[in-house]
Write a protein that binds this ligand. Sequence first.
Ligand SMILES: *Cc1c(COP(=O)(O)O)cnc(C)c1O
Length: 857
Amino acid sequence: MQPLKVFSVIPRLPENLHGLWELAYNLWFSWNGEIESLFAHIDQTLWRETEKNPVRFLNKLSQGTLRELARDDFYIQRLNEAVQKARNYLSRPSSPMFKEASQVNPALVYFSFEFGISSCLPIYSGGLGILAGDHLKSASDLNIPLVGVGLAYKQGYFRQYLTPDGWQQERYPDYDFEQMPIQRALTPEGQPACFMLDVGGRPLEVQIWKAQIGRITLYLLDTNTAHNPPEFKALTSRLYGGDLEMRIQQEILLGIGGMRALEVLGLFPKVIHMNEGHSAFAGLQRLRSFMQQGLSFEAAQEVAASSSIFTTHTPVPAGNDRFPMEMMRRYFEGYAREIGLAFKVFMALGRENPFNDNEDFCMTVLALKLSRFSNGVSKLHGYVSRNMWKQVWTQYPVEDVPIGAVTNGVHAPTWVAEDIGQLNDRYLGPNWREDPDCSRTWGQAMNIPDAELWRTHERLRARLIDFARMRLRKQLEAQGARRKELQHADEVLNPEALTIGFARRFATYKRANLLLKEQEKLLRLIADKKRPIQFIFAGKAHPADNGGKQLIKDLITLCRSQECRFNMVFIEDYDMEVAQHMISGCDVWLNNPRRPLEACGTSGMKAMLNGVLQFSTLDGWWDEAYKPDNSLGWAIGKGEEYSDPDYQDFVEIQTLYNVLENEIIPEFYDRGHGALPRAWIRRMKQAFVELGPAFNSHRMVTNYVHQTYVPAYENYLRLSENGFAAARELAAWRMDMMTKWSSVEIRNVQTVDAPNLYVNEKLVIEADIHLNGLPPEHILVESYFGPIKQDGSFASREIAPMTPVPDVQNVQDGWVRYRGEATPPEAGRFGYTVRAVPAHPHLLDPHSLGLIRWAQP
Ligand SMILES: *Cc1c(COP(=O)(O)O)cnc(C)c1O
């Protein structure tokens, strides 16, 4: 028998405890330790049992406890102070950079498939999600008028547990949204927000939840409703759980559904940020909505792209979503017709080569074509991305492919452990939370007394070891271990030993098995009783990745071996909670991805902010942060790339053990006065000073704001003014350009009076340009110059504008002489050429039309 109606029953909180609800429903608590402790201090055991989810926690408190608490004046005072602090935080006005926009009338929307905000909102799998969560948190702290859009996965990402022999198993608990810190989103009329979406000709019902992340609202789409058929309910069941068919439906939901959801909620952000290609259909949907307002396809594309930001994360071609033509046809044939595009032309939006009918539709290509602001997530990854996607801009040298780099960062108040945070408060001032990208603030880290920093660090290590033992005991219990084995859990690890952490997804390129390759070396180091070292591992393999699962199994086998069982522990079910302990309690953070496959990597930054030293291959962020004098941490190799992966493993594992044995271990155990490892502590502080202000998400969001959000927002305002007048003008101009461009030519490129060339001395260049009747202000002529490599190509280049020479033009023939300058920056071979691109005051990026003319020999 099923009940006819179901209600959620919530406890009746005494009046003076109502503030607890207010705090519980804003995930601000996830970066404000004092709020967490307000909950935890009511009942530590229950707090742990409810997985630090304040809503579930409050719902489980007995009326007796609540009555008692309501009479605790000291507690009530703390609560009131916290509530007041939260209200003050929330009431500050938005950044004035976005004109009349505010948190209620957001200027920007940030789309992501996953968001990692707190372990009690399990809608993330790893780095991509955590990054999105940290982005929202910094946007909140910096008061950027932004909302987030994602999906409300009923079963989240899987929970990992291991069989006794170490094979990964997956568990999918059903989460109850009523018991989580999210609420139903309401329409402006106050109704629960809900709408219908067409997915391949079938109606899908979507409801909307909202999570409050400080000042930022995150909207989560949910298709698990009474009316949807099971295959549609499943769309928001598991993160990364389905096949390609489900993936395209989920991406339609996120992108197209996400834009629809905002409309239903009465929100009309002007700028969209697509975090990874999953949400690129949002760009299409905007295009369509601009066309519905009377714009041509070209004008609509101009507006959509000029006000969109796209961040790519995946440096391997296979990691980018691609859908076959046949599948696209089923979902988008009608859509294409509606926006007046032949299906082939529509498909070209997602093809590197628009003329190749065999190419699948790639979401990354779509996002690149529908956004004028594209970036990778570290300098190295920007470089890799330009190479990876250069076919989209066939006429461009790879250096000019318009994909930039905004290096990721982590949200310091979330990831800095409470104990280190208090040290920071004392020696850097409380500013480090509000203003963590300020170099002056971090510069003070040198003033933290060595002994105090080291004691704090040792306390965090001890806490990590307690945590690891507790989790190991639970793991063994769940596996039905005998009492004697359980006892082992209390004896593993040594709170004083050099502790090396390795935690990440078990994707092949991250090489979790590298340590296993030269086991004798490892065993020799582990056997050293005078200078003990130990390892703590964690990480999940994708459920379909048997190779990854085998790596975990091999690692577990080693952890269980007679030689290693006290010095190596694998903690199950890596999530934000496990991460918090590991990145604050280890001494060394080990990372050995195969360069250049780690787009950025963020766990190392979290570790760095806690004084944990980095030991990593030069990939992602570490390639950018590492200093060759090792003053901030250590490198494995020098950033070499290899064509033979086995050989690479062989070389790098030797290096790894050499550095560990000859540098890291001796320095850790070099204890001078007061038993302090002075050189080690100096590195910890040096990393705070130099890396603290750079590798945090405030710096990252500030970069996005200045380099992309504000210009994109202003583009939108400019193009949309007066019924999109500028957009229409730009579209008409663009058509004109497209037809006339083919006759633009460059000839007679020459230097003026230059018998000899000296370093840093100007060289005058001239060229004749055939404008074909185009007004000179619509063409940008540039000199393009720099030192030349052995193979004759540019080693680096500079670009400088050239201007028409007033008296030398042959208007009749349409030829105009241009003059400009080039300066050789160094001695050696130097070269230059001349190019022309279209220019228009409303055109932000001259490269976006794909028109370019180079001087021909
Ligand atoms: C930070 C974090 C990640 C990302 O770490 P990488 O260094 O990018 O691999 C993954 N999972 C969790 C739980 C994290 O906290």
